[in-house]
Design a protein around this ligand. Structure first.
Ligand code: NAD
Length: 335
């Protein structure tokens, strides 16, 4: 490709990806599969890596999600809500680990694995143990104020209590995913079909669409669930030192966490766990699109830092795409 072709292809990819981002993040109605989207994004990343002079701050590779919709109030995230780098193979996962070892200057590093449940990222703030505010990730800097909507999600505690000598922090920001179980999604789509309403493409879009309703009563009528995968702000509580200690704290306080998180000492163990989740994928009642791998030590996380939209201390190993075709009304879509 000569330089003009590269510039044209980059412009074309950015335009396409922006359109798909809008359909996915704003309308909650994607028109292409995630695998198709990921392939376009990878092509753009590769072209930009080969021609760094063509990278612009507004390129989709440099941004998270989409700006908040003006239909909601906005919330500024004190600590940005980032995306995750992806690994699409064992080799890419191992390359990521090697980079972590190299940057850390040592190999005795603990990794944590969590299933990557496909939903919508949110931030939930508790002050003195009382649910105060809920926000979507938005573009990572500003999200939508969905306080009234998240209040209706049944497994989000509205009040936290001290438990067995464990104190509730004065300010606690919990980050996690609003998602829908597969069985609940199917029942919801069945009801929508009977009522002649448009069907949701998949549980992720059903969850995101249900969360971002202007009328919280509609959100309340949808079978949404929450699980936490991180702590954002924590004040007036203990500094826990590791990611798993944070998750343990949340669990003790009655906040649902990522199911079945584990600490591992080697990347071989991490890979075996990724394969285990892949083999379980179809049996689970929640949709997972991969496994998130994180460095457990919070000091090392801070040392590793972030690059543009992604932390260096975490990666999402993405499963191979499921080639499955579903007929939605009279439109054929890949899910
Ligand atoms: P991502 O979904 O690849 O990963 C980051 C997100 O993972 C986090 O923000 C969080 O919401 C979620 N997550 C789940 N479990 C987690 C855990 N245990 N720890 C941390 N985070 C966890 O990145 P993204 O920026 O949210 O979205 C990009 C992806 O969305 C694409 O790779 C594509 O698959 C999909 N997408 C599809 C379309 C489309 O048109 N089909 C358009 C845009 C995006």
């Amino acid at each position: 490709m000569d330089d003009v072709d590269v510039q044209e292809r980059i412009a074309e990819l950015r335009k396409l990806i922006e359109r798909y981002n809008y359909e996915y993040y704003v309308l909650d109605q994607p028109s292409v599969s995630d695998a198709e989207y990921d392939a376009l994004m990878n092509e753009l990343r590769e072209l930009e890596a080969a021609h760094p002079e063509l990278i612009t701050p507004d390129s989709p590779t440099q941004r998270v999600g989409a700006p908040p919709s003006s239909a909601f109030g906005t919330v500024r995230h004190e600590i940005p809500m980032l995306s995750l780098a992806n690994a699409f193979s064992e080799q890419e996962l191992r390359q990521w680990a090697e980079r972590v070892y190299r940057l850390a200057g040592r190999r005795d590093i603990e990794f944590v694995t969590e299933p990557k449940i496909d939903g919508s990222a949110v931030s939930i703030l508790y002050r003195n143990g009382v649910y105060e505010r809920g926000a979507t990730r938005g573009d990572g800097i500003q999200g939508e104020d969905v306080t009234a909507n998240i209040r209706t999600v049944r497994n989000v505690p509205l009040r936290l209590h001290d438990v067995d000598g464990v104190h509730v922090p004065e300010v606690l920001e919990v980050r996690g995913e609003i998602y829908m179980r597969k069985s609940d999604f199917e029942a919801l789509n069945r009801r929508r079909g009977e009522a002649g309403e448009i069907l949701f493409a998949n549980p992720r879009n059903a969850a995101a669409g249900s969360l971002r309703q202007l009328d919280p009563n509609v959100t309340a009528s949808r079978p949404l669930r929450f699980y936490a995968w991180d702590v954002g702000i924590i004040e007036g509580g203990q500094h826990n030192g590791t990611h798993t200690a944070n998750l343990d704290l949340l669990r003790t306080l009655g906040i649902p966490t990522a199911p079945d998180y584990h600490v591992w000492q080697t990347i071989d163990e991490v890979w075996a766990e990724c394969e285990r989740w892949l083999s379980l994928r179809d049996e689970l009642d929640f949709e997972i699109d991969g496994v998130v791998v994180k460095v457990n030590d919070e000091d090392l996380q801070a040392e590793l830092g972030t690059v543009s939209r992604e932390p260096r201390w975490a990666i999402a190993y993405k499963f191979p795409a499921i080639q499955k075709t579903t007929i939605l009304r009279d439109i054929e879509v890949n899910v």
